[in-house]
Design a protein. Structure first.
Length: 457
């Protein structure tokens, strides 16, 4: 009964935000949303003058803050120079510059970048790319992809097939491709009931077992978020996890795809999250922060040897009307320049340590916070009904949504995560721009603590 009252109250609040009719098919189904007026730095202002601290960067997108003049000027100049140029007809210098800038910072051997719009597009392309690499190398029998449960990879059918988020998969189950999933590196709720490090990373060894069960010559690639994001409420694997995964992939000639759409380009305090684990993937996907929040831009990076193989067979069989777009590339290049010139990757690690320490100090001892975890500017707070048993709130309770709305009313925007424990389980993600200052960190943590206490207690 209490849950129903909370949900009814939230609907009334949202219903009062705006009464004007809209013709937009929006993403929010439950009532109207406030109308944005302006966004600058870490702050968003609605048309009533209320200001909100964007403590999640949307979906971990706005890494350099809103309204960067450098990005606006780069976009403007590129539109005047040349805007839409079909990539099969011309080479665009700014696209070349962006690829070179990424290659200078990418994991060893990643030297070629294929540019698209959204992160899901990049994942979709990476799955196809892995398949075609095997074809041109004389391994046509390698058709199967392995992924992980509780992962997020995008909503197009190929990416959704790879995804391990039950709520998003379920309505479209008949349409999904045959992707095999293994348990994630989620020590708090280990699928095997083990404890790290005594577990010997059973979740990583599951890949070897699964490849053998499917057939060693059948598997094309293994895809995983380098640091788990939206579906697990931020979870960094134990130190040796990716080393074991890389060794298994090498042993069976399985390609390793790192999905860094959310965790890449400084979000974890490194240019690429794989740097934390000192390994290099065969393919890496980027998105979100690559466009600085100003434009839709994603990329697929691939090892030089795989690129050469594809080129020798006539190139990658793929495309897209807005692929390799010069204006998007100009925005991406401007974003990378800001990250470099303002030392924001280093700042994400340094100030991120402060953010994490304060989150843990404020929330770790509270009765309904199971864990505070993360690195860099990427943190998750897992909420539970009972801390001792880790019993999650049911999905019906909509706890993540209710906490989100409470915090939103206080003028702070965080990000919701749910489905961490089967279909149940909730977490809040904090992923602000790398420019956040300590005063704003204190405001967001106090607001989050109050929101959790008021909603759950």
């Amino acid at each position: 009964m209490q849950v129903k009252k909370h949900i009814q109250l939230l609907q009334e609040i949202k219903g009062n935000m705006s009464s004007s009719k809209s013709y937009v098919f929006g993403r929010a189904a439950e009532g109207a949303l406030p109308k944005v007026h302006k966004a600058e730095g870490l702050w968003i202002e609605d048309d009533s003058g209320k200001r909100y601290l964007n403590a999640s960067g949307g979906a971990a997108v706005t890494n350099v803050g809103h309204g960067r003049r450098e990005i606006a000027e780069a976009l403007h100049q590129q539109v005047l120079q040349h805007d839409y140029i079909h990539p099969t007809a011309f080479v665009s210098p700014v696209v070349e510059e962006l690829a070179a800038a990424l290659a200078r910072r990418a994991p060893t051997g990643i030297e070629r970048f294929y540019f698209l719009s959204g992160g899901g597009e990049a994942v979709e392309a990476s799955i196809k790319m892995a398949r075609q690499i095997h074809l041109v190398k004389g391994r046509p029998e390698r058709v199967r992809l392995i992924s992980r449960w509780k992962s997020y990879h995008g909503l197009s059918l190929g990416a959704l097939s790879a995804m391990g988020r039950t709520a998003f998969r379920e309505p479209f189950t008949p349409l999904l491709g045959e992707v095999v999933h293994i348990p994630p590196p989620y020590c708090l709720r280990c699928s095997y009931g083990l404890t790290y490090p005594g577990c010997q990373l059973r979740c990583a060894l599951a890949l070897d077992e699964t490849i053998q069960n499917i057939g060693p010559n059948v598997v094309s690639a293994f895809i995983g978020e380098t640091v788990c994001g939206a579906t697990l409420g931020v979870y960094a694997p134990p130190p040796d996890y990716w080393k074991i995964i890389r060794e298994i992939c090498d042993a069976y000639h399985v390609l390793l795809i790192h999905d860094e759409v959310m965790c890449g380009l400084g979000r974890t305090g490194r240019w690429f999250a794989s740097e934390h684990y000192d390994i290099h993937p065969d393919i890496v996907t980027l998105g979100k922060g690559l466009g600085g929040g100003a434009i839709a831009l994603s990329a697929v990076g691939v090892q030089a040897e795989h690129f050469d193989a594809l080129q020798s067979a006539g190139g990658f069989v793929h495309g897209g009307t807005y692929s390799h777009h010069p204006v998007a590339a100009a925005v991406g290049l401007a974003t990378l320049n800001i990250l470099k010139e303002e030392n924001l990757i280093e700042r994400a690690e340094r100030v991120g340590n402060v953010l994490g320490a304060k989150l843990k100090h404020k929330l770790s001892g509270t009765p309904h916070v199971a864990e505070v975890r993360g690195l860099g500017m990427f943190w998750g707070v897992e909420l539970v009904e009972d801390k001792d048993s880790l019993r999650p709130f049911t999905r019906e309770a909509q706890m993540a949504e209710r906490v989100w709305h409470s915090v939103f009313q206080k003028g702070v925007i965080v990000y919701k995560a749910f489905g961490l424990a089967g279909s149940d389980g909730d977490a809040i993600i904090i992923a602000p721009a790398f420019t956040i200052i300590e005063k704003d960190i204190d405001f967001l943590i106090d607001s989050l603590a109050q929101g959790i206490a008021e909603t759950i207690e």
